[in-house]
Design a protein around this ligand. Structure first.
Ligand SMILES: Cc1cc2nc3c(=O)[nH]c(=O)nc-3n(C[C@H](O)[C@H](O)[C@H](O)COP(=O)(O)OP(=O)(O)OC[C@H]3O[C@@H](n4cnc5c(N)ncnc54)[C@H](O)[C@@H]3O)c2cc1C
Length: 549
């Protein structure tokens, strides 16, 4: 099945008008990766589909992940072979359907010595696990894992303490920009006819006399819209219980949120040309050290969480945990003033009877249907969104009394059809930067620069994003706020928090020009953005920083 080449208008005003006017087969609640995947699956099967997101697309967990599309080597240790198999199969599908956004990334697992001694048992176990990973589906990527010498390992991360590295293993997984993948799914769903709107939240569900769900009430821009739909899908991530509580007599408390944070540091302080898996002493876990342009990010933590679901914070202890893990293996330790960005997200894990630590809870997904007909999808991973969506829409079809084939296995996302990956260069070019973010839609961003050359300047000095990308974000990607542009359409806030705040006024002038903001609204957006950035920095007790040349 083909996605129309012509990008969808993706117009919010039109979407809001259609939400109130049309009858839908299915209304999806939540515009994270899960809801976006469900909307695409449903629309491409031919269902009349609507998706509403109460904040921005991917503003929940789906912009705050480790950004890996993977089977998850560590799940093999937990004997979750089925989950790894599914993840690796989905990784392959994602590489094919979104080659501009999902890209192969090599990983190094250094074999470290302890007090000068190599644990041969550990090295053997690692080798065995990687064979297993390859055989479970890793090999589909076209390369198998291999052993490397200590010199080769250190060449991949030049700051590694050579005295502690006895060798290493290389294997392959994939990387993505989670928020852009989610947005691209939403836009592809729209290209297949779905009505999609952000800043439109479900406040209550509509039921008929028999207690059967018939749609929902949606709040957008201060107005309430009655959306008529035969089935409602609850894809609200860590908030799924809140949506279920609109349908059921009590709050089900089925989700056990687990917080994970990441930090960003200058690449020059780590010098890794590929991702590196660093063990955390005394914690039976590892963290990933992932290069991202001129920056490197480190994560994640995995801790129980009982604070506000709307605002998970990265704390000083979280930062210390990651710095300690990294500093144990590098020559020149990093300090708090090297931390240029942080982000904290909540995993929507399913609560189990056993009180296991969150790191050991399963990442499997589940689809359930309530008596009233609310279909709820929970758990899962970014990587397995397509499978989760297929299972969910099968359930929707069952409710509608239809059986339609899932079409997403070979459905290219917007920007993918005809995409030609630019050759990697040492100095990434503008073409490479844009191609990896927009695929074949790169030409649309470049055309903005051609019309107005000033839009070719950086949006945030020191980061590769162009001013044209902010304009494109408003015109074609439904960005509504300064934070939408700096946190999710571009990832400036995650990469360099304080630099993005310093550029906020210039960015707001551009975004405001597109959205028709007056001076007061522009000032409010800048103030709100800077306050959020300052609060994020203060919660982690970090000093103000700036990108270094
Ligand atoms: C630290 C961390 C690292 C991770 N790393 C990886 C990784 O590397 N690879 C991987 O595969 N997975 C990873 N995951 C898991 C993955 O990120 C999540 O499984 C996934 O993003 C969850 O997406 P979701 O759409 O279910 O939830 P969300 O992204 O949270 O989306 C739910 C949406 O519902 C909206 N919503 C809530 N209530 C309403 C309402 N009433 N009306 C309208 N909208 C509503 C919310 O605003 C939100 O946007 C990671 C998770 C974390 C926390």
């Amino acid at each position: 099945m083909d996605t129309p080449r012509q990008p969808p208008a993706f117009d919010r005003a039109e979407a809001l008008a259609r939400l109130g006017a049309e009858q839908f087969d299915v209304l999806v609640v939540g515009g994270g990766i899960t809801g976006a995947g469900v909307a695409l699956d449903a629309a491409s099967r031919g269902l009349r589909t609507a998706l509403v997101e109460r904040d921005d697309f991917a503003s929940g967990t789906s912009s705050k992940s480790s950004k890996l599309v993977h089977g998850g080597l560590r799940y093999l240790q937990q004997r979750e072979v089925g989950l790894v198999y599914e993840g690796l199969a989905e990784r392959q599908i994602a590489l094919r359907n979104a080659p501009h956004l999902v890209r192969i990334l090599p990983f190094l697992i250094p074999v470290l010595t302890k007090d000068g001694v190599i644990s041969r048992r550990l090295a053997r176990a690692l080798g065995g696990a990687l064979w297993m990973y390859d055989l479970t589906g890793g090999l589909r990527i076209g390369k198998r894992h291999k052993r490397v010498s200590s010199e080769q390992a250190v060449a991949h991360m030049q700051t590694l303490r050579a005295d502690r590295v006895a060798g290493g293993y290389l294997y392959y997984d994939a990387h993505t920009d989670d928020a852009r993948l989610t947005l691209t799914l939403c836009r592809t769903a729209a290209a297949h006819g779905a009505v999609v709107a952000n800043y439109a939240g479900v406040t209550s569900l509509r039921k008929d006399g028999q207690g059967r769900l018939r749609g929902a009430r949606v709040q957008a821009d201060g107005d309430e819209v009655e959306v008529r739909a035969d089935v409602v899908v609850n894809a609200a991530g860590v908030w799924t219980d809140d949506v279920r509580a609109l349908d059921e007599p009590s709050h089900p408390q089925s989700i056990r949120p687990a917080k994970g944070i990441h930090i960003t540091v200058p690449w020059t302080r780590v010098r890794n040309d590929i991702a590196v898996v660093v063990p955390v002493a005394k914690d039976r876990r590892s963290v990933f050290v992932v290069p991202w342009g001129d920056l490197t990010y480190v994560g994640t933590t995995d801790t129980d969480y009982d604070g506000s679901l709307d605002d998970p914070e990265c704390t000083p202890d979280d930062v210390a945990y990651l710095l300690r893990a990294l500093n144990a293996v590098i020559t020149d330790p990093l300090r708090e003033d090297d931390v240029l960005g942080t982000w904290a997200g909540l995993r929507p894990l399913l609560r189990t009877a056993a009180n296991d630590r969150t790191a050991d809870l399963s990442r499997r997904h589940a689809v359930r249907r309530s008596e009233g007909g609310l279909v709820t999808v929970t758990g899962g991973k970014l990587t397995t969104y397509r499978r989760m969506a297929a299972d969910t829409v099968d359930e929707v079809d069952a409710l509608l009394g239809k059986r339609r084939r899932c079409r997403t296995k070979r459905l290219k996302l917007i920007g993918a059809a005809g995409y030609d990956d630019p050759a990697e260069t040492n100095e990434p070019s503008r073409h490479e930067h844009l191609a990896h973010r927009y695929g074949t839609e790169e030409a649309g961003v470049q055309a903005l620069v051609d019309q107005e050359p000033a839009l070719g300047e950086p949006l945030v000095p020191g980061l590769p994003y162009l001013k044209a990308e902010a304009v494109h974000a408003v015109r074609s990607e439904m960005a509504r706020t300064l934070d939408d542009v700096l946190s999710r359409r571009t990832r400036a806030r995650l990469l360099a928090r304080d630099d993005s705040a310093a550029a906020a006024e210039d960015a707001a002038a551009l975004v405001g020009r597109e959205l028709g903001w007056d001076d007061a609204e522009r000032a409010r957006q800048v103030k709100e953005y800077r306050a959020a950035v300052a609060a994020e920095r203060d919660a982690a007790d970090l000093p103000e920083t700036a990108l270094r040349a």
